[in-house]
Unconditional design. Structure first.
Length: 383
């Protein structure tokens, strides 16, 4: 137990050192809006598969958050109502089971305001980062715990909160949250871990509030942002994924995906269009032979899909959502699929992305790749 109590204390000291040093070196307008927050959650693990019912328990989890209020240094901050951005460390023992172990997560987050005034606000928080689980499935040592097959996982946090500012340097919040751990089927099994909870938090501003923070800045047009021209973007990219099925079949498979889309950006926030996918999953030939599925050539196993796609833009970063329908492929698991991706523009044209593909909630693979975007301006011109 002393070891567990020491973790948050050491992390708190490290965070304070890291925060204070750069804060003193920066302009007061940029450094004076930092807040340190502690949050206590109480929740349970969702038994979304019958085999996980034996691990049902109620348990607490703890967070240390370091964040700051935005004031319009970049246009997306103004477009989204000046959200609160930060980083979080999350820890829980997940019910004190020797089979399940404990969970650690470290993720950046954006807290989007829905309703706000000087004293109160209602927010929606979205966080995405990495999680480490101390226990995982092992066919010899931990065969009962079939929830997840890897120590390292993606950590996704969603939360709705009410926040009350009762002091110029202090505020409190209550909320409802969901914490999700998954490896995207890079290593099976991968049922995932979902822990809904209620929580309470207290935050302290590390320095006196700068009065100019209330005078929000509206910047001029930035690079990578939506100009006042009529244009369509053509993109082509490729991703590679690894699917480790060693625990069940003793094999690891590679997945190669070539994708392209045609997107029209309508506002600073939104773009929509059509996406096409061509995927070669090396496990398809293995399972086709295993299940005695007849095919004449390797191209019969190629999966080709097409469907609508939507991008939620935040300057160089975007969240991409797509729905696809398979038009070709002998071994497609379903007729349709869903894609969620995160895309980041390094230049005006070159981007990197991470894409998760699922079939009715069951993760298929997580691909890592790059692409190139070519804008076609058909009316107007960039200033």
């Amino acid at each position: 137990m002393p070891r567990l109590r020491l973790k948050p204390f050491v992390l708190l000291i490290v965070m304070l050192v890291l925060v204070k040093a750069p804060a003193m070196a920066q302009h007061k307008l940029w450094g004076s809006n930092l807040l340190l927050e502690g949050r206590v959650n109480y929740g349970f693990m969702i038994n979304h598969h019958l085999e996980m019912k034996i691990f049902n328990a109620h348990f607490p989890s703890f967070e240390l958050n370091l964040g700051k209020e935005t004031f319009g240094r970049e246009r997306w901050q103004a477009v989204y109502g000046y959200p609160f951005i930060g980083i979080s460390y999350w820890y829980s023992q997940l019910g004190n089971s020797n089979f399940v172990g404990s969970a650690n997560a470290f993720f950046p987050y954006v807290n989007y305001p829905i309703v706000r005034n000087r004293k109160q606000e209602l927010n929606l928080r979205v966080g995405l980062g990495l999680g480490y689980l101390t226990r995982r499935f092992d066919r010899l040592e931990n065969y009962k715990y079939i929830a997840i097959g890897s120590h390292l996982n993606a950590a996704i946090n969603l939360m709705a909160e009410y926040r009350w500012r009762f002091n110029p340097r202090m505020n409190a919040a209550i909320g409802v949250a969901l914490m999700h751990f998954s490896n995207g089927s890079t290593k099976t099994p991968n049922y995932g871990i979902n822990t809904p909870s209620i929580n309470i938090a207290f935050a302290y501003r590390l320095s006196k509030e700068n009065p100019y923070l209330n005078k929000k800045i509206v910047p001029s047009l930035y690079l990578f942002e939506f100009p006042s021209v009529k244009s369509v973007d053509f993109s082509i990219g490729a991703t590679v994924a690894v699917k480790d099925m060693g625990s069940e079949y003793g094999r690891t498979f590679m997945i190669y995906n070539l994708n392209g889309n045609v997107m029209k950006q309508f506002t600073f926030k939104s773009a929509a269009g059509i996406n096409m996918d061509l995927t070669y999953n090396t496990s398809d030939s293995y399972f086709a032979d295993l299940k005695h599925v007849e095919y004449s050539k390797k191209s019969d196993l190629l999966r080709f899909g097409i469907g609508p796609e939507y991008h939620l833009m935040m300057s160089k970063l975007s969240y991409n959502f797509g729905l696809g329908f398979y038009l070709h492929g002998k071994m497609v698991p379903e007729n349709s699929y869903f894609k969620f991706g995160i895309q980041y523009l390094f230049t005006k044209n070159l981007y990197a992305n991470i894409v998760l593909r699922t079939h009715f909630g069951q993760a298929d693979f997580v691909g890592f790749g790059m692409g190139y975007k070519i804008p076609w301006i058909y009316s107007g011109r960039v200033q």
